[in-house]
Write a protein that binds this ligand. Structure first.
Ligand code: NAD
Length: 301
């Protein structure tokens, strides 16, 4: 048993299902240890029908905060006392801060990409961005890019329903006074998509295309002439670490430092949440070293 747990220890956790595989407890408890904070972070099985009870328990037990994962993100958003701008636009919450019983919902998934890009030396401010996908991850990224000053975000999605949903979110963002040119198209408009990528600063792939095991080895970008040394390519997929899109970008003129996979998104959305929970920066370098050591040890076992 952890000897640092006391009568005053504050509880945080992640809710969702399935939850046993979650890497969040290891990540946050490492950071609490790093700062010597009297906090502990656990994982709790919770489906959508249990969200209201779980939120009541958060208040009752005076939990400091929680992360929310699938399938509870939307139901959590519907039951918050307050929402951050990103959570309000997306209609989903992945981080809850409990301030004396007042629960504020935040969405840091998009922040995960923006902060990871920043960690690689790229800002989204004033940039032309092409975004593939209109699912949960894509919408969080679209909204965060707009909030962080992107010049334009052009969204391409497989279904017309997804395009319409993205458009509605985009309209809400603009009605709130956020200046960002946004337009929305079907992925089947392949010529337009490739042309937009060719002239973009940043391409963000936020569909599940390329993900192991079902969609591994495929990419939505089929015209290799769109890649060039100034284009930044970000793929939210983290398994495999190098997707077909990333391989193609590297083989056709993109610089290695400008081709980024989704592993850092996990870390940086956590860094965003950690700051909301504690007001402190997540010790990302130390955490990366700790997680790499753990991975190496697990491979040996
Ligand atoms: P979602 O189900 O909400 O959205 C899936 C998106 O992929 C939709 O836009 C859908 O149209 C598109 N899509 C799926 N198959 C397609 C195909 N064959 N052709 C074209 N489009 C296709 O899922 P989500 O939560 O948005 O997650 C999307 C991906 O992002 C997943 O692979 C997930 O693992 C990954 N993700 C990564 C991180 C990270 O931290 N790196 C975080 C969240 C999500």
């Amino acid at each position: 048993m952890d000897t640092r747990i006391s009568g005053n220890t504050k509880l945080l956790g992640v809710i969702g299902t399935p939850i046993k595989h979650s890497g969040s407890p290891v990540m946050y408890n490492f950071c609490f240890d790093y700062y010597g904070m009297d906090c502990v972070y656990l994982a709790f099985e919770c489906d959508e029908s249990q969200v209201k009870d779980t939120l009541a328990a958060m208040r009752r037990l005076n939990m400091k905060g929680a992360n929310v994962t699938m399938p509870c993100k939307k139901e959590a958003a519907r039951n918050m006392d307050k929402l951050s701008p990103a959570a309000k636009f997306v209609g989903a919450v992945n981080t809850i801060v409990n301030d004396s019983g007042v629960l504020t919902g935040h969405m840091t998934d998009g922040m995960g990409v923006v902060l990871d890009l920043r960690d690689h030396g790229h800002s989204v401010a004033d940039k032309d961005i092409v975004l593939l996908g209109a699912g949960g991850a894509a919408m969080a990224i679209m909204v965060q890019c707009a909030l962080d000053g992107a010049k334009s975000v052009t969204v391409f999605n497989r279904s017309a329903a997804g395009v319409a949903k993205a458009k509605a979110i985009g309209e809400n963002v603009r009605e709130d006074g956020i200046i960002c040119k946004m337009d929305f198209h079907l992925l089947s408009e392949s010529e337009r998509m490739h042309e937009r990528i060719r002239h973009a600063d940043i391409l963000i792939q936020a569909t599940s295309v390329g993900m192991r095991p079902v969609q591994d080895g495929v990419s939505l970008v089929t015209d290799m002439s769109v890649f060039h040394e100034k284009l930044v390519v970000y793929d939210v997929i983290y398994n495999p670490a190098v997707t077909k899109l990333m391989e193609d970008a590297l083989a056709h003129g993109c610089k290695e430092e400008n081709v980024i996979g989704g592993k850092g998104m996990l870390l940086w959305q956590g860094a965003g949440a950690f700051k909301l929970f504690t007001g402190l920066e997540m010790p990302t370098q130390e955490l990366k070293a700790f997680l790499a050591g753990r991975e190496a040890m697990e491979r040996k076992i």
